[in-house]
Design a protein around this ligand. Structure first.
Ligand SMILES: Cc1cc2nc3c(=O)[nH]c(=O)nc-3n(C[C@H](O)[C@H](O)[C@H](O)COP(=O)(O)OP(=O)(O)OC[C@H]3O[C@@H](n4cnc5c(N)ncnc54)[C@H](O)[C@@H]3O)c2cc1C
Ligand SMILES: C[S@@+](CC[C@H](N)C(=O)[O-])C[C@H]1O[C@@H](n2cnc3c(N)ncnc32)[C@H](O)[C@@H]1O
Length: 619
């Protein structure tokens, strides 16, 4: 996407003379004038053999090419909810280049019949910030998922991964909106399709039917609404259909109980998988791998060309926000926001230009002058900055404890020494003699993943991982002499200064390559004190006096070249996954990587673009 970033162009609600939502951009109505819901039920649901086709299925996936006001989605949701024989889980993947704002969706929902208003209200409340990329929404306790991909379908269809059973083809009229009916798009839809997938549309154009046929569908005509005009139905030709399928149900072994392992375990357990998590640190409790790590920050990045790291951080922060906001008490990250202070005039200019080019909504990120920064942070600050409302303050130990606290997660205090293939699965041996035999194993053990992988003789070499390294570092704990130094937000510049937790402000951090050990040191305290002093505009000696006695936390960061995390399947080793090299942003990647693996195992639409998956893939 670098180099061809195009900002999202949202839609705004406009009704034509008949009161039907109308797009001025495409000069067409969003649905048939005699009713969106009737059209949804007759054309899209009936046209795809629903609800009957989902009967007896554990899950069923629908893909729609144009989310619009979500009328089809709401009709589908209602049909699923009202059907006693509904499939266990319903996944909807939908593309949209011009999303409405939540406010417009709310206004439009007033026209809906009473029995749909509750669902419409839930959709509005879950509606994501209008940023390009994949957004995953969940309803009905996670049994109904909506994966929205914002951006032009010409680009985003090839970023999607799913196993689709039914397609709702719902662009504007083909003459005005040809991108939504093109042979190239239909080719991508066939890539996403499962065997026997069907498609339906109100569109009866001969060109569209031919394009569907050429892509691999058997196409037929069907009567339209009230028998007035024709619609199109299609079924995938036998022999086609390679979309994602669910893997065999079965337990998963996760090696490592830090943020990577805990994020994985949680995502799997909440989808019904049994998970064993192995880590010697678990002898000290579920949060022990980050014992004493009082607080950390979870903050998105921006870059001038919206590079991979920036896109990935956006996906990660949004996923963490979604996944972890329902956790109890101190495990729940606090959405305090982050102010990134700008160093000098040149960085200031660069950042402003970046934000202008990206066209991101202000509710995601915005520039602030020094006055506004000071008001937001609640401290006098003499630099401008950019503010991310979704920046979060995290307490790693209670977070890990809560993530691993699940009836389907079995925590075992053991170090995995060896891994080997066993039939179609894997055999892992712990240092206390425990042996685990599982079809799926995730190595989430940071810089030790490469060594563990090398114990397995016939697994391919992964040069990126083998060449990885680790960086020691510490944070320091301060008790300032006045409340006037406690920020309301995460404050970041060269270092960071976090809002108080248990009366302590955490300042960070040091980066020490080639260290033999990772420990809290006086020189580390001095370095951090200087960074904090610089941010707060106070004397470094004074900040040094605030140091809580001997206090801080030291740990390691596992890193590979390019500084992207590594998560995904190990090539030519079915069932073996990696989730490591999380560097200095482990909390940003943990929920996302967990959901990506779990979604792959369950055959759900994947919550991350293919380009980004490739960027973090182990190879
Ligand atoms: C000073 C400092 C400050 C930081 N601040 C932040 C911050 O503000 N925000 C942020 O997002 N990130 C921060 N980080 C980075 C963050 O801590 C890491 O990205 C994160 O810990 C990585 O998670 P992980 O689970 O991959 O690795 P770890 O947390 O290192 O956990 C790996 C686990 O694997 C276990 N293990 C290893 N080998 C085996 C084996 N063979 N068998 C079983 N278990 C094994 C280990 O015992 C360990 O518990 C900071 C890091 C440091 C050092
Ligand atoms: C007919 S409307 C869909 C109505 C919708 N299914 C509903 O239930 O409300 C077509 C939708 O396709 C979207 N669209 C048009 N061109 C697109 C493109 N190139 N990529 C993605 N979406 C596009 C439009 O913004 C519009 O929301």
């Amino acid at each position: 996407m670098s180099g061809r970033f195009s900002p999202l162009a949202p839609a705004s609600l406009f009704l034509d003379a008949t009161g039907t939502p109308f797009s001025e951009r495409y000069q067409d109505v969003y649905h048939a004038r005699n009713g969106a819901l009737e059209q949804a039920r007759q054309v899209f649901l009936r046209g795809n053999g629903l609800p009957e086709r989902w009967h007896g299925r554990a899950s069923f996936t629908v893909c729609e090419t144009g989310f619009g006001l979500g009328r089809n989605f709401l009709a589908l949701w209602q049909a699923w909810r009202d059907d006693p024989q509904r499939c266990g889980r319903l996944h909807v993947l939908s593309f949209e280049a011009h999303p409405f704002s939540a406010a417009d969706l709310a206004v439009a929902s007033r026209e809906l019949p009473a029995d749909l208003r509750d669902a419409a209200g839930q959709l509005v409340r879950a509606w994501p910030v209008l940023l390009p990329g994949v957004h995953r929404l969940e309803f009905e306790g996670g049994r109904l998922t909506l994966t929205l991909i914002f951006g032009r379908i010409e680009q985003t269809a090839r970023e999607a991964q799913a196993g689709v059973d039914a397609f709702f083809l719902d662009g504007f009229a083909a003459a005005r909106n040809p991108e939504m009916w093109s042979p190239a798009l239909f080719g991508q839809l066939v890539r996403l399709a499962r065997p026997e997938a069907t498609a339906a549309t109100w569109c009866a154009s001969g060109d569209v039917r031919r394009a569907l046929r050429d892509a691999g569908f058997l196409v037929s005509r069907a009567p339209g609404l009230g028998g007035k005009w024709q619609t199109t139905r299609a079924v995938l030709r036998p022999g086609l259909g390679r979309g994602l399928e669910a893997a065999e149900p079965g337990p998963v072994l996760v090696v490592g109980a830090g943020p990577a392992g805990a994020g994985m375990a949680r995502a799997l357990a909440m989808r019904g998988r049994q998970v064993v998590v192995a880590d010697p640190q678990l002898a000290g409790g579920r949060g022990a791998s980050h014992r004493g790590h009082l607080a950390a920050a979870l903050t998105p990045l921006v870059s001038r060309d919206d590079d991979l790291r920036a896109r990935l951080s956006r996906a990660g922060v949004l996923r963490a926000l979604h996944r972890w906001q329902s956790l109890p008490g101190s495990a729940r990250p606090q959405r305090v926001g982050t102010v990134e202070l700008l160093r000098d005039a040149s960085q200031d200019e660069q950042r402003r230009l970046t934000l202008q080019t990206m066209g991101f909504p202000e509710e995601w990120v915005r520039w602030m002058d020094a006055g506004e920064v000071s008001r937001r942070v609640g401290l006098p600050i003499n630099r401008p900055g950019i503010f991310f409302a979704d920046g979060q303050l995290v307490r790693p130990e209670p977070l890990l404890d809560a993530l691993l606290d699940h009836a389907r997660i079995d925590c075992r205090a053991t170090r995995i020494l060896r891994l080997q293939r066993e039939g179609a699965g894997w055999l892992a041996q712990g240092d206390d003699g425990q042996v685990f035999s599982m079809a799926t194993v995730v190595l989430a053990n940071a810089s030790e993943a490469a060594a563990l992988l090398s114990t397995c003789p016939d697994v391919v070499e992964l040069p990126k991982l083998r060449a990885g390294w680790r960086l020691a570092g510490q944070v320091s704990y301060f008790r300032p002499d006045a409340a006037a130094h406690d920020p309301a937000t995460v404050l970041s510049a060269e270092g960071y200064w976090l809002p108080q937790v248990d009366g302590v402000n955490v300042g960070g951090s040091t980066y020490l390559p080639n260290a033999a050990a990772s420990e809290v040191t006086d020189s580390g305290h001095r370095f951090i004190s200087e960074q904090v002093a610089d941010m707060l505009g106070v004397d470094a000696g004074r900040v040094g006096e605030w140091l809580a006695e001997g206090a801080g936390w030291a740990g390691w960061r596992a890193v590979v070249a390019g500084r992207l995390p590594v998560f995904g399947p190990v090539p030519k080793a079915p069932g073996l996954w990696l989730a490591c090299a999380y560097g200095s942003r482990g909390l940003t990647w943990a929920a996302l990587a967990g959901d990506l693996l779990a979604a792959s195992l369950e055959g759900e639409p994947l919550p991350l673009e293919r380009t980004l998956q490739n960027a973090v893939a182990p190879r």
